[in-house]
Design a protein around this ligand. Structure first.
Ligand SMILES: [Zn+2]
Length: 94
């Protein structure tokens, strides 16, 4: 009599395994629909999904706040040195 319980657990395991794909919108469309339907019916998976969403958001923020300034600094430094050289050349010639 634990058959339905078992299939429910398997379903949850499959959903949790695919949550990362679903969160990243990489799940196939019919998988996404199945996961959505399961999330509507299963509170524990929904909580897991919300945690994944939060985690993804945090990772995204952490990545962008660390990677962007480094790249930006390089670009700004390159631009500043270009401007400085150009200005010095202009001053020297004028
Ligand atoms: Zn579930």
């Amino acid at each position: 009599m634990s058959q339905s319980e078992h299939s429910q657990q398997t379903d949850c395991a499959q959903v949790v395994l695919r949550l990362f794909e679903y969160v990243d919108h990489e799940a196939a469309e019919e998988d996404g629909v199945r996961i959505r339907e399961h999330l509507d019916a299963c509170g524990s998976c929904l909580r897991e999904y919300e945690r994944d969403l939060l985690l993804k958001e945090m990772v995204k923020r952490a990545c962008s706040s660390e990677a962007a300034p480094a790249a930006l600094r390089t670009q700004i430094m390159a631009r500043i040195s270009t401007i400085t050289i150009t200005e010095h050349l202009g001053d020297g010639r004028a």
